[in-house]
Design a protein around this ligand. Structure first.
Ligand SMILES: CCCCCCCCCCCCCCCC(=O)SCCNC(=O)CCNC(=O)[C@H](O)C(C)(C)COP(=O)(O)OP(=O)(O)OC[C@H]1O[C@@H](n2cnc3c(N)ncnc32)[C@H](O)[C@@H]1OP(=O)(O)O
Ligand SMILES: NC(=O)C1=CN([C@@H]2O[C@H](COP(=O)(O)OP(=O)(O)OC[C@H]3O[C@@H](n4cnc5c(N)ncnc54)[C@H](OP(=O)(O)O)[C@@H]3O)[C@@H](O)[C@H]2O)C=CC1
Length: 515
């Protein structure tokens, strides 16, 4: 049987969400490990004043593609951008492009989605559900299509504790919801949203569950697979360790902790942190594409792509390794020395939020105001608290995912494919991965230079000295206010000092006797 790389040779691949985090890694891996792939058709929209082609050109300059560039400097010739806005009717693809796509595409990877946790339901439904429906009907017209791979999330059914590799009944019939929301104005939808999403934490997981149902309903004669990654983190090995380009999920939290801004967060130390490296997800996705096309399973196969059941690691351990990495490799211009603690206790978290977040922010903003600058720290903390509030649900509990299909797929691969498209997370060394992840946030998200680490360490030492000075001043202040003015405080103070003195004399005397 042909290897995975051989199977992709000569194939035309359609990718949605190619400008996103996972889409870029998917493109890179295809170009590097399947060099004979014919073309990658990518659906891209103009954004933030940049045209579609400007965006694609910028993307190809990204460091992520360095290895591909080395192997084949003309790799861009294999990339065919197609203008598309997924929220528009017909995905806003021109009739000529529709003709091209329907005649030549062999495999579709549907990665595009809104992954925001605070997305308005109407927009999340439009992008995550309706555009999936539209893409599937386009796929039905593709004459050479061999597989359609839909990227979902392991949290689509996070209202369950145990999650099997099946498509669960949807919370509501997607078509009925689409029809109802069509005539409602935004404020009505907003009022209804909490009741609709029910025991799911946000519109993202809710619409991703509906999308899975749509995929099943519209599958028709297509060969479809669904990939459900858990929390996608930086790359483990490929194209190089620690590649990450965004603040999503834990990345923003790690950065905030490294900058010394985040000091406390509600999370369970003992809950499994189901992170999955992005290269593992992409290797599994490409292998699933091959398997779906070659073996044509009779039903839609779902792959839970998670680590918790195979190689578990906990939030408490993550906290330890993140802090230790950022102390050894500090971020530039940290606000305070990195020292974040997670706790599952609501009151303790509230206390530390007040003492370690709000109070220093107020103090810092006061200093900024007094020096004639614009206050900014409270604004940053408010943003951070909003993000933490939305993520807490996922870090305070754990889930059990069945991963039989992932194991089955691994057993189907040849030894060579297993090496090239490695998704065996049993080999993952967590401390090393977390260290590379944190360094990756420094290098690729914040664009900080590793050669500046000595200066960053010096800055941390300066912050430590400021803290010592502040604590000493605080002690002197307490001495002045309480001890010097109250007889009882003075008595307690003298008692403590004399006790210390007695202990000291005792130890001195006993050490002279033993000599
Ligand atoms: C040591 C401790 C260990 C314990 C550590 C526990 C970690 C526990 C993680 C659980 C993780 C679960 C993950 C579920 C599994 C999926 O399904 S993963 C896919 C999940 N999707 C996401 O993570 C997206 C979540 N993000 C959002 O929904 C929105 O960005 C937020 C958080 C609501 C913020 O919205 P917003 O206020 O409108 O801000 P937005 O325009 O998005 O960004 C504003 C700025 O903040 C930055 N930013 C965005 N997000 C963040 C963030 N999280 N932090 C900081 N800055 C951020 C942006 O880059 C942007 O910067 P500028 O461009 O302005 O310079
Ligand atoms: N990141 C994670 O931790 C996880 C992600 N997933 C799933 O993986 C997939 C990819 O996620 P990820 O790469 O992280 O997400 P990103 O937010 O990084 O990328 C989303 C992609 O979708 C595109 N897109 C969004 N709206 C539109 C639109 N209206 N028209 C055209 N394209 C659009 C974006 O294009 P543009 O650049 O133009 O905005 C971008 O390319 C998603 O389906 C997500 O649900 C699942 C589990 C975890």
């Amino acid at each position: 049987m042909a290897s995975i790389s051989e199977w992709y040779a000569g194939k035309n691949v359609l990718i949605t969400g190619a400008t996103g985090f996972m889409g870029k890694v998917l493109m890179e891996k295809l170009l590097r490990s399947c060099p004979d792939v014919k073309a990658l058709y990518i659906l891209v929209r103009p954004k933030a004043g940049q045209s579609m082609s400007e965006r694609v050109q910028d993307m190809m300059k990204c460091k992520l593609f360095d290895r591909v560039r080395e192997d084949n400097p003309d790799f861009h010739q294999k990339i065919v951008p197609i203008s598309s806005e997924l929220t528009q009717p017909g995905l806003a693809i021109s009739p000529e492009d529709v003709k091209t796509l329907t005649s030549c595409i062999h495999i579709v990877f549907h990665c595009a989605a809104t992954i925001r946790f605070d997305e308005a339901l109407k927009h999340a439904l439009q992008l995550n559900v309706i555009s999936t429906q539209q893409l599937l009907s386009l796929a039905q017209q593709m004459q050479q299509l061999q597989a359609f791979i839909h990227i979902s999330t392991a949290y689509a059914n996070c209202n369950r504790r145990h999650i099997d590799e099946v498509i669960y009944p949807p919370p509501v019939e997607p078509k009925k919801l689409i029809d109802s929301l069509e005539w409602m104005d935004d404020s009505m939808v907003c009022d209804l949203t909490p009741r609709l999403i029910g025991d799911r934490p946000n519109t993202y997981t809710y619409t991703k569950a509906l999308a899975e149902c749509v995929v099943q309903q519209e599958s028709g004669r297509l060969n479809i697979a669904i990939i459900r990654p858990s929390i996608v983190g930086a790359s483990w090995q490929e194209p190089f360790p620690g590649w990450i380009d965004n603040f999503n999920g834990p990345s923003g939290i790690f950065i905030a902790a490294g900058k010394g801004i985040l000091r406390t967060m509600r999370a369970s130390n003992d809950a499994v942190a189901d992170l999955i490296p992005v290269d593992v997800v992409i290797n599994l996705t490409l292998a699933a594409g091959w398997y779906t096309a070659v073996h044509r399973p009779k039903t839609v196969l779902v792959y839970n792509c998670t680590t918790g059941g195979i190689n578990p690691f906990h939030w408490g351990e993550i906290e330890h390794h993140v802090m230790s990495t950022f102390k050894r490799n500090p971020l530039e211009q940290a606000f305070r020395r990195p020292n974040a603690n997670i706790t599952s206790n609501y009151l303790i978290n509230q206390y530390w939020t007040l003492v370690s977040h709000k109070f220093p922010a107020l103090l810092y903003d006061l200093i900024l105001r007094l020096s004639g600058q614009k206050p900014q720290m409270m604004r940053i903390f408010n943003r951070l608290h909003k993000a933490i509030g939305l993520l807490e649900y996922f870090s305070s509990q754990d889930w059990e995912w069945n991963s039989d299909n992932m194991n089955m797929l691994m057993n189907q691969l040849s030894a060579e494919d297993r090496r090239t498209f490695n998704f065996d997370v049993r080999q993952l060394n967590w401390p090393e991965y977390i260290e590379n992840y944190c360094i990756g946030t420094k290098k690729y998200v914040l664009n900080e230079d590793m050669s500046d680490i000595p200066a960053a360490r010096q800055h941390l030492r300066k912050l430590r000295n400021i803290r010592y000075t502040f604590n000493t001043l605080l002690l002197v202040f307490i001495w002045r206010v309480f001890i010097a003015r109250s007889q009882m405080a003075r008595n307690i103070w003298y008692f403590v000092v004399s006790l210390c003195f007695k202990f000291l004399s005792y130890f001195r005397a006993s050490s002279t006797l033993t000599q």
